[in-house]
Ligand binder design. Structure first.
Ligand SMILES: Cc1cc2nc3c(=O)[nH]c(=O)nc-3n(C[C@H](O)[C@H](O)[C@H](O)COP(=O)(O)OP(=O)(O)OC[C@H]3O[C@@H](n4cnc5c(N)ncnc54)[C@H](O)[C@@H]3O)c2cc1C
Length: 375
């Protein structure tokens, strides 16, 4: 969706100007809510990233669809963000319009199977009969995608609904977690999703609904990675359960995270996807890279799969460390680690740097100094 390289700076500036003029005329209330040059370091858990040219938090799905249509027609790139907990925003920031879905779009509702069925019939006539479980042991939760996973898990627990305990410590939004098919402890979000509504990224940016296998969920992947749609609402299928047991499982997962992850530092969680047959953290640790530091970015001593921001790291610091890790692990094991973290936006200085699908050899810029920690 964010295809910034296709836009030269002057052409982009002109498009942005036209877009803002149209927005002020057609949607003055949205125009008033837009922020200009918003620092993305304030909206990502890495605490890294340059400014978004235009930044907006929508609070209404229909208006969001209209604004996405206007942006698409004006030819300006749109970047979607949830909690920014799997995002590395470049130091050059984000061109075009950045739309962050957060607590302004975070309603949660419990639905009986009959209610879920009629909701789904409105979105996708004919699909409820084969997608909804009309079962007394089941309750559906309809969630707007700006809601945090921790709030969703807490809501489920408060209503004695089981399934989403694993998600209580993942610091993302529902939209970002559907996009990534976030998971932990053997579960993935996709295991509990019956349907999701999304706004098409292409004009006329209509509202659509994906059902069941159409989501193409697999390890840290969903359909939305390919089609660029903006997930706005998700229907989860949960089991009625015992609240004390649900809360005990959540407490156990939280304790395991606190014991194994450097939660006291800004990060984006595990930086790399799990390579088939290996664990990224173990490969990095075995390569002697625990504590390895470039600029303000460091491989965590506590969990070698995490890069942490220890001292005002830039996106360039993090990318250089990613490249160094990949190069070192590749030379030692022949395993080409693939970043899980999404690199968004434009670098300050164009580079051939790490991107999400890069493979092969990875060279460090000559001027980077790599420091290994003493312990
Ligand atoms: C301490 C820590 C622990 C973590 N533990 C885990 C873990 O156990 N398991 C795990 O899977 N992940 C983990 N993560 C990573 C991260 O929390 C998840 O990937 C999460 O799902 C990302 O959600 P987000 O809202 O922050 O997405 P963002 O980082 O905001 O965005 C990620 C991607 O999703 C896209 N996106 C965001 N919102 C939408 C939307 N509404 N519609 C369409 N696309 C959208 C963005 O464009 C971007 O490409 C961890 C991160 C941290 C910091």
């Amino acid at each position: 969706m964010n295809n910034s390289n296709q836009y030269s700076a002057p052409a982009q500036a002109e498009r942005l100007k036209q877009f803002m003029t149209q927005l002020a005329l057609l949607y003055p209330e949205v125009s008033a809510e837009l922020r200009h040059g918003e620092p993305m370091s304030q909206h990502t858990t890495f605490r890294v990233g340059g400014p978004a040219a235009l930044y907006w938090n929508p609070s209404d799905i229909d208006t969001l669809a209209q604004i996405m249509q206007l942006a698409a027609q004006a030819g300006i790139p749109v970047t979607l963000l949830g909690q920014g907990s799997n995002a590395l925003v470049e130091d050059g920031g984000l061109p075009g319009l950045t739309i962050q879905l957060n607590e302004n779009l975070a309603k949660l509702n419990c639905l009986s199977p009959a209610e879920a069925g009629s909701w789904l019939e409105q979105q996708r006539p004919g699909s409820a009969a084969h997608s909804i479980r009309y079962d007394d042991a089941v309750i559906y939760v309809l969630a707007q995608s700006g809601c945090r996973l921790s709030q969703l898990a807490e809501f489920a627990a408060a209503n004695s609904l089981s399934g989403l305990e694993f998600a209580c410590g993942i610091p993302g939004s529902i939209g970002g977690a559907v996009f990534m098919n976030a998971g932990a402890y053997g579960y993935s979000l996709g295991d509990f999703i019956t349907a999701s509504r999304y706004i098409d990224s292409r004009p006329p940016c209509g509202l659509n609904c994906s059902v069941g296998e159409e989501h193409e969920f697999s390890y840290r992947h969903s359909l939305y990675e390919d089609n660029g749609g903006a997930v706005v609402e998700v229907l989860f299928c949960l089991q009625k359960g015992d609240q004390a047991q649900i809360r005990a499982r959540m407490a156990d997962y939280t304790a395991r995270r606190e014991a194994s992850q450097p939660l006291e530092f800004p990060s984006a969680g595990s930086v790399f996807r799990r390579p088939v047959g290996y664990f990224a953290g173990k490969l990095i640790s075995d390569a002697g890279l625990r504590g390895c530091r470039i600029g303000g970015a460091e491989v965590s001593q506590k969990h070698a799969g995490f890069i942490i921001n220890v001292d005002h790291a830039t996106a360039d610091d993090v990318k250089a460390l990613i490249r160094h890790i990949r190069e070192t692990v590749y030379q030692l094991n022949g395993v080409d680690l693939q970043p899980e973290v999404r690199i968004l936006g434009a670098p300050l200085v164009p580079d051939e740097g790490a991107n999400n699908r890069e493979s092969g050899s990875h060279r460090l810029p000559a001027n980077w100094s790599v420091r290994r920690s003493a312990n």
